[in-house]
Design a protein around this ligand. Structure first.
Ligand code: 5GP
Ligand code: MN
Length: 338
Protein backbone atom coordinates (compact mmCIF):
# COMPACT_ATOMS: atom_id res chain seq x y z
CA UNK A 1 0.00 0.00 0.00
CA UNK A 2 1.46 3.39 -0.97
CA UNK A 3 1.82 6.34 1.39
CA UNK A 4 -0.64 8.18 -0.83
CA UNK A 5 -3.22 5.41 -0.36
CA UNK A 6 -2.64 5.30 3.39
CA UNK A 7 -3.16 9.04 3.58
CA UNK A 8 -6.39 8.76 1.66
CA UNK A 9 -7.59 5.99 3.99
CA UNK A 10 -6.61 8.12 6.98
CA UNK A 11 -8.74 10.97 5.66
CA UNK A 12 -11.57 8.57 4.89
CA UNK A 13 -11.56 7.28 8.47
CA UNK A 14 -11.10 10.66 10.12
CA UNK A 15 -14.86 11.17 10.48
CA UNK A 16 -17.33 8.55 11.75
CA UNK A 17 -18.52 6.28 8.94
CA UNK A 18 -20.86 3.34 8.45
CA UNK A 19 -18.45 0.42 8.10
CA UNK A 20 -18.96 -3.27 7.37
CA UNK A 21 -16.15 -5.80 7.87
CA UNK A 22 -16.40 -9.17 6.12
CA UNK A 23 -14.39 -12.39 6.61
CA UNK A 24 -14.55 -15.40 4.27
CA UNK A 25 -17.12 -18.19 4.46
CA UNK A 26 -16.38 -20.87 7.08
CA UNK A 27 -14.23 -18.35 8.92
CA UNK A 28 -11.16 -19.60 10.77
CA UNK A 29 -9.12 -18.08 13.60
CA UNK A 30 -7.37 -15.60 11.32
CA UNK A 31 -10.63 -14.49 9.68
CA UNK A 32 -12.45 -13.92 12.99
CA UNK A 33 -9.34 -12.57 14.75
CA UNK A 34 -8.55 -10.04 12.03
CA UNK A 35 -12.12 -8.78 11.60
CA UNK A 36 -12.58 -8.41 15.36
CA UNK A 37 -9.15 -6.80 15.76
CA UNK A 38 -10.00 -4.22 13.11
CA UNK A 39 -13.48 -3.79 14.63
CA UNK A 40 -12.04 -2.89 18.05
CA UNK A 41 -9.64 -0.45 16.39
CA UNK A 42 -12.31 1.34 14.33
CA UNK A 43 -14.70 1.49 17.30
CA UNK A 44 -12.27 3.86 19.01
CA UNK A 45 -12.96 6.42 16.27
CA UNK A 46 -16.71 6.13 16.86
CA UNK A 47 -17.45 4.60 13.51
CA UNK A 48 -20.62 2.61 13.19
CA UNK A 49 -18.95 -0.79 12.65
CA UNK A 50 -20.45 -4.19 12.13
CA UNK A 51 -18.87 -7.53 11.19
CA UNK A 52 -20.93 -9.73 8.88
CA UNK A 53 -19.68 -13.31 8.49
CA UNK A 54 -21.19 -15.34 5.62
CA UNK A 55 -21.96 -18.22 7.99
CA UNK A 56 -21.31 -19.70 11.41
CA UNK A 57 -17.91 -20.79 12.75
CA UNK A 58 -16.60 -23.26 15.35
CA UNK A 59 -17.28 -22.89 19.08
CA UNK A 60 -13.55 -22.68 19.83
CA UNK A 61 -13.60 -19.15 18.34
CA UNK A 62 -16.60 -18.04 20.37
CA UNK A 63 -14.82 -16.41 23.28
CA UNK A 64 -13.04 -13.51 21.62
CA UNK A 65 -13.93 -9.99 22.84
CA UNK A 66 -17.25 -8.87 21.24
CA UNK A 67 -17.43 -12.05 19.17
CA UNK A 68 -21.13 -12.30 19.99
CA UNK A 69 -21.78 -9.07 18.05
CA UNK A 70 -20.79 -10.71 14.74
CA UNK A 71 -23.78 -11.03 12.42
CA UNK A 72 -24.19 -14.14 10.31
CA UNK A 73 -25.46 -13.47 6.82
CA UNK A 74 -27.07 -16.92 6.55
CA UNK A 75 -29.34 -16.05 9.50
CA UNK A 76 -30.64 -12.66 8.37
CA UNK A 77 -29.96 -11.87 4.73
CA UNK A 78 -32.37 -8.95 4.39
CA UNK A 79 -31.01 -6.80 7.21
CA UNK A 80 -27.40 -7.69 6.33
CA UNK A 81 -28.08 -6.66 2.71
CA UNK A 82 -29.30 -3.28 3.95
CA UNK A 83 -26.17 -2.78 6.07
CA UNK A 84 -23.92 -3.70 3.13
CA UNK A 85 -25.80 -1.48 0.67
CA UNK A 86 -25.60 1.50 3.05
CA UNK A 87 -21.99 0.99 4.14
CA UNK A 88 -19.64 3.82 3.26
CA UNK A 89 -16.60 1.59 3.73
CA UNK A 90 -16.40 -2.19 3.34
CA UNK A 91 -13.33 -4.03 4.61
CA UNK A 92 -12.87 -7.54 3.21
CA UNK A 93 -10.42 -9.57 5.27
CA UNK A 94 -8.56 -12.84 4.80
CA UNK A 95 -9.83 -13.66 1.29
CA UNK A 96 -8.77 -12.81 -2.23
CA UNK A 97 -11.93 -13.21 -4.29
CA UNK A 98 -15.59 -12.37 -3.70
CA UNK A 99 -16.34 -15.99 -4.63
CA UNK A 100 -15.07 -16.82 -1.13
CA UNK A 101 -18.04 -15.20 0.65
CA UNK A 102 -20.74 -17.49 -0.72
CA UNK A 103 -24.20 -15.92 -0.96
CA UNK A 104 -22.85 -12.47 -0.04
CA UNK A 105 -20.95 -12.22 -3.32
CA UNK A 106 -23.52 -10.30 -5.38
CA UNK A 107 -24.54 -7.74 -2.77
CA UNK A 108 -20.91 -6.96 -1.93
CA UNK A 109 -19.90 -6.79 -5.61
CA UNK A 110 -22.58 -4.19 -6.37
CA UNK A 111 -22.31 -2.26 -3.07
CA UNK A 112 -21.27 1.37 -3.53
CA UNK A 113 -19.06 1.70 -0.44
CA UNK A 114 -15.30 2.09 -0.73
CA UNK A 115 -13.74 -1.37 -0.50
CA UNK A 116 -10.52 -2.15 1.31
CA UNK A 117 -9.01 -5.62 0.97
CA UNK A 118 -6.50 -6.86 3.52
CA UNK A 119 -5.35 -10.36 2.65
CA UNK A 120 -2.42 -12.76 2.30
CA UNK A 121 -3.76 -15.33 -0.20
CA UNK A 122 -2.21 -15.79 -3.63
CA UNK A 123 -3.56 -14.19 -6.82
CA UNK A 124 -5.95 -11.59 -5.36
CA UNK A 125 -8.83 -10.36 -7.54
CA UNK A 126 -8.99 -6.70 -8.37
CA UNK A 127 -12.33 -5.67 -6.83
CA UNK A 128 -11.24 -3.31 -4.06
CA UNK A 129 -10.61 0.44 -4.14
CA UNK A 130 -7.61 -0.18 -1.89
CA UNK A 131 -5.83 -3.52 -1.96
CA UNK A 132 -3.36 -4.43 0.75
CA UNK A 133 -2.23 -7.88 -0.39
CA UNK A 134 0.98 -9.57 0.71
CA UNK A 135 1.37 -13.31 0.21
CA UNK A 136 4.53 -13.38 2.29
CA UNK A 137 2.55 -12.53 5.43
CA UNK A 138 1.89 -15.20 8.05
CA UNK A 139 -1.70 -14.09 8.49
CA UNK A 140 -4.22 -11.35 7.87
CA UNK A 141 -3.93 -10.54 11.59
CA UNK A 142 -0.27 -9.66 11.10
CA UNK A 143 -1.36 -7.40 8.23
CA UNK A 144 -4.02 -5.69 10.39
CA UNK A 145 -1.24 -4.93 12.87
CA UNK A 146 0.81 -3.44 10.01
CA UNK A 147 -2.22 -1.54 8.75
CA UNK A 148 -2.73 0.06 12.18
CA UNK A 149 1.01 0.78 12.29
CA UNK A 150 0.86 2.43 8.83
CA UNK A 151 -1.94 4.63 10.20
CA UNK A 152 0.51 5.53 13.00
CA UNK A 153 -1.86 4.20 15.60
CA UNK A 154 0.03 1.37 17.37
CA UNK A 155 -0.77 3.24 20.59
CA UNK A 156 -4.43 2.52 19.93
CA UNK A 157 -3.86 -1.24 20.21
CA UNK A 158 -5.62 -2.25 23.43
CA UNK A 159 -5.88 -5.68 25.00
CA UNK A 160 -9.01 -6.60 22.98
CA UNK A 161 -7.24 -5.88 19.68
CA UNK A 162 -4.08 -7.62 20.91
CA UNK A 163 -6.04 -10.72 21.92
CA UNK A 164 -7.83 -10.99 18.58
CA UNK A 165 -4.71 -10.42 16.46
CA UNK A 166 -2.63 -12.82 18.57
CA UNK A 167 -5.27 -15.51 18.04
CA UNK A 168 -5.22 -15.26 14.24
CA UNK A 169 -1.44 -15.17 14.00
CA UNK A 170 -1.25 -18.22 16.27
CA UNK A 171 -3.83 -20.27 14.33
CA UNK A 172 -2.56 -19.37 10.83
CA UNK A 173 1.06 -20.14 11.70
CA UNK A 174 0.30 -23.49 13.39
CA UNK A 175 1.42 -21.87 16.64
CA UNK A 176 4.39 -20.08 15.06
CA UNK A 177 5.92 -23.09 13.31
CA UNK A 178 5.07 -22.65 9.60
CA UNK A 179 7.74 -21.11 7.34
CA UNK A 180 5.62 -17.95 7.00
CA UNK A 181 6.55 -17.15 10.62
CA UNK A 182 9.29 -14.53 10.48
CA UNK A 183 11.29 -12.62 13.07
CA UNK A 184 8.87 -9.74 12.40
CA UNK A 185 5.95 -12.03 13.22
CA UNK A 186 7.60 -12.78 16.56
CA UNK A 187 8.31 -9.08 17.14
CA UNK A 188 4.63 -8.31 16.56
CA UNK A 189 3.60 -11.20 18.82
CA UNK A 190 5.88 -9.76 21.53
CA UNK A 191 4.21 -6.39 21.08
CA UNK A 192 0.74 -7.95 21.32
CA UNK A 193 1.64 -9.73 24.56
CA UNK A 194 2.90 -6.40 25.91
CA UNK A 195 -0.43 -4.87 25.02
CA UNK A 196 -2.39 -7.47 26.93
CA UNK A 197 -2.74 -10.66 24.87
CA UNK A 198 -2.58 -13.57 27.31
CA UNK A 199 -0.72 -16.13 25.20
CA UNK A 200 -1.29 -19.10 27.45
CA UNK A 201 -4.99 -18.43 27.91
CA UNK A 202 -5.52 -17.90 24.17
CA UNK A 203 -3.80 -21.18 23.33
CA UNK A 204 -5.92 -22.93 25.91
CA UNK A 205 -9.16 -21.41 24.57
CA UNK A 206 -8.41 -22.53 21.02
CA UNK A 207 -6.73 -25.91 21.44
CA UNK A 208 -7.68 -27.36 24.80
CA UNK A 209 -11.43 -27.46 24.35
CA UNK A 210 -11.74 -30.87 22.68
CA UNK A 211 -14.91 -32.88 23.14
CA UNK A 212 -14.65 -36.65 23.66
CA UNK A 213 -16.49 -37.08 20.33
CA UNK A 214 -13.92 -34.99 18.50
CA UNK A 215 -11.04 -37.10 19.79
CA UNK A 216 -12.91 -40.25 18.76
CA UNK A 217 -13.45 -38.75 15.30
CA UNK A 218 -9.72 -37.98 15.13
CA UNK A 219 -9.09 -41.64 15.99
CA UNK A 220 -11.29 -42.68 13.06
CA UNK A 221 -9.61 -40.19 10.73
CA UNK A 222 -6.17 -41.54 11.68
CA UNK A 223 -7.25 -45.11 11.13
CA UNK A 224 -8.49 -44.08 7.66
CA UNK A 225 -5.12 -42.50 6.81
CA UNK A 226 -3.62 -43.86 3.58
CA UNK A 227 -0.06 -43.40 2.39
CA UNK A 228 1.18 -43.40 -1.20
CA UNK A 229 4.93 -43.59 -0.62
CA UNK A 230 5.94 -43.23 -4.28
CA UNK A 231 4.41 -39.76 -4.34
CA UNK A 232 5.31 -38.95 -0.73
CA UNK A 233 1.60 -38.32 -0.24
CA UNK A 234 -0.86 -39.17 2.54
CA UNK A 235 -4.61 -38.66 2.67
CA UNK A 236 -7.52 -39.08 5.02
CA UNK A 237 -11.19 -39.63 4.19
CA UNK A 238 -14.25 -39.12 6.37
CA UNK A 239 -17.72 -40.07 5.20
CA UNK A 240 -20.88 -38.29 6.33
CA UNK A 241 -21.84 -41.46 8.17
CA UNK A 242 -18.59 -41.39 10.14
CA UNK A 243 -19.14 -37.71 10.98
CA UNK A 244 -22.65 -38.56 12.20
CA UNK A 245 -21.37 -41.42 14.35
CA UNK A 246 -19.22 -38.99 16.30
CA UNK A 247 -21.79 -36.16 16.41
CA UNK A 248 -19.71 -33.92 14.16
CA UNK A 249 -19.82 -30.22 14.97
CA UNK A 250 -18.37 -27.39 12.84
CA UNK A 251 -14.62 -27.17 13.37
CA UNK A 252 -14.20 -30.74 14.67
CA UNK A 253 -11.97 -31.72 11.72
CA UNK A 254 -9.80 -28.60 11.93
CA UNK A 255 -6.13 -29.59 11.89
CA UNK A 256 -6.69 -33.28 11.07
CA UNK A 257 -4.98 -32.88 7.69
CA UNK A 258 -1.71 -31.95 9.42
CA UNK A 259 -1.35 -35.46 10.84
CA UNK A 260 -0.72 -36.79 7.32
CA UNK A 261 2.00 -34.22 6.86
CA UNK A 262 3.63 -35.21 10.14
CA UNK A 263 4.55 -38.63 8.74
CA UNK A 264 8.24 -38.95 8.08
CA UNK A 265 9.03 -38.35 4.40
CA UNK A 266 5.55 -37.09 3.48
CA UNK A 267 5.44 -33.73 1.66
CA UNK A 268 1.80 -33.65 0.52
CA UNK A 269 -1.27 -34.36 2.64
CA UNK A 270 -4.98 -34.14 1.97
CA UNK A 271 -8.26 -34.70 3.75
CA UNK A 272 -11.56 -35.40 1.98
CA UNK A 273 -14.68 -34.82 4.00
CA UNK A 274 -18.13 -35.73 2.74
CA UNK A 275 -20.80 -33.09 3.35
CA UNK A 276 -24.37 -34.11 2.55
CA UNK A 277 -25.62 -30.66 3.50
CA UNK A 278 -23.38 -28.84 1.01
CA UNK A 279 -23.55 -31.73 -1.48
CA UNK A 280 -19.78 -31.62 -1.93
CA UNK A 281 -16.59 -33.24 -0.77
CA UNK A 282 -14.65 -30.63 1.20
CA UNK A 283 -10.95 -30.83 0.59
CA UNK A 284 -8.02 -29.48 2.58
CA UNK A 285 -4.54 -29.72 1.14
CA UNK A 286 -1.20 -29.15 2.86
CA UNK A 287 2.38 -29.44 1.65
CA UNK A 288 5.96 -28.92 2.66
CA UNK A 289 8.58 -27.06 0.64
CA UNK A 290 7.95 -25.78 -2.88
CA UNK A 291 5.07 -28.07 -3.85
CA UNK A 292 2.15 -25.70 -4.47
CA UNK A 293 -1.20 -27.00 -3.26
CA UNK A 294 -2.64 -23.63 -4.34
CA UNK A 295 -1.86 -24.51 -7.95
CA UNK A 296 -3.11 -28.09 -7.61
CA UNK A 297 -6.35 -26.97 -6.01
CA UNK A 298 -6.98 -24.22 -8.57
CA UNK A 299 -6.33 -26.65 -11.43
CA UNK A 300 -8.27 -29.67 -10.16
CA UNK A 301 -10.45 -28.89 -7.17
CA UNK A 302 -12.03 -25.50 -7.72
CA UNK A 303 -10.19 -23.87 -4.83
CA UNK A 304 -6.94 -22.22 -3.90
CA UNK A 305 -5.09 -20.61 -1.00
CA UNK A 306 -1.39 -20.56 -0.28
CA UNK A 307 1.59 -22.59 -1.52
CA UNK A 308 1.53 -24.86 1.53
CA UNK A 309 -2.16 -24.70 2.55
CA UNK A 310 -5.19 -24.64 0.30
CA UNK A 311 -8.82 -25.64 0.26
CA UNK A 312 -11.03 -26.97 -2.48
CA UNK A 313 -14.20 -28.91 -3.27
CA UNK A 314 -15.45 -31.70 -5.49
CA UNK A 315 -18.98 -32.48 -6.63
CA UNK A 316 -18.06 -36.09 -7.45
CA UNK A 317 -18.73 -38.89 -4.96
CA UNK A 318 -16.11 -39.49 -2.28
CA UNK A 319 -14.84 -42.55 -4.12
CA UNK A 320 -14.65 -40.76 -7.48
CA UNK A 321 -12.94 -37.79 -5.84
CA UNK A 322 -10.26 -40.07 -4.40
CA UNK A 323 -9.87 -41.81 -7.78
CA UNK A 324 -9.41 -38.41 -9.41
CA UNK A 325 -6.91 -37.37 -6.73
CA UNK A 326 -4.84 -40.51 -7.24
CA UNK A 327 -5.03 -40.17 -11.02
CA UNK A 328 -3.56 -36.65 -11.02
CA UNK A 329 -0.57 -37.48 -8.83
CA UNK A 330 1.57 -38.67 -11.78
CA UNK A 331 1.28 -35.10 -13.20
CA UNK A 332 3.17 -33.93 -10.15
CA UNK A 333 5.66 -36.79 -9.98
CA UNK A 334 8.67 -34.53 -10.48
CA UNK A 335 7.63 -32.09 -7.76
CA UNK A 336 6.65 -34.77 -5.24
CA UNK A 337 9.43 -37.22 -5.81
CA UNK A 338 12.31 -34.85 -5.18
P1 5GP B 1 -8.54 -24.97 4.72
O1 5GP B 1 -7.97 -26.22 4.16
O2 5GP B 1 -8.13 -24.77 6.15
O3 5GP B 1 -10.00 -24.83 4.48
O4 5GP B 1 -7.89 -23.78 3.90
C1 5GP B 1 -6.50 -23.61 3.81
C2 5GP B 1 -6.19 -22.21 3.33
O5 5GP B 1 -6.68 -22.04 2.00
C3 5GP B 1 -6.85 -21.11 4.16
O6 5GP B 1 -5.97 -20.00 4.17
C4 5GP B 1 -8.10 -20.80 3.38
O7 5GP B 1 -8.51 -19.49 3.61
C5 5GP B 1 -7.65 -21.02 1.95
N1 5GP B 1 -8.75 -21.52 1.10
C6 5GP B 1 -9.62 -22.52 1.38
N2 5GP B 1 -10.46 -22.71 0.34
C7 5GP B 1 -10.13 -21.80 -0.61
C8 5GP B 1 -10.64 -21.50 -1.90
O8 5GP B 1 -11.57 -22.10 -2.41
N3 5GP B 1 -10.02 -20.49 -2.59
C9 5GP B 1 -8.97 -19.79 -2.07
N4 5GP B 1 -8.44 -18.82 -2.82
N5 5GP B 1 -8.48 -20.05 -0.85
C10 5GP B 1 -9.02 -21.05 -0.13
MN1 MN C 1 -5.44 -16.28 6.93
Amino acid sequence: MTTEEINRIKTLLSLPKAIVIIPHKNPDGDAIGSTLGLFHYLKQYHHNVVIIAPNDYPDFLKWMPEESSILKYENDKASCDTLIEHAEVIFTLDFNSLGRIGDMEDVVATAKGIKVMIDHHQQPDDYATYTYSDVSMSSTCEMVFNFIEMLEDVDKINSAIATCLYTGIMTDTGSFRFPSTTSTTHKIIGELIKKGANNSEIHNNIYDTNSYDRLQLLGRALSNLKVIPEYRTAYITLTQEELNTFNFKKGDTEGFVNYGLSLEGIVFAAIFIESHQDEIIKISLRSKGDFSVNELSRTHFNGGGHTNAAGGRSTLSLKDTIDKFISILPNYKQDLNL
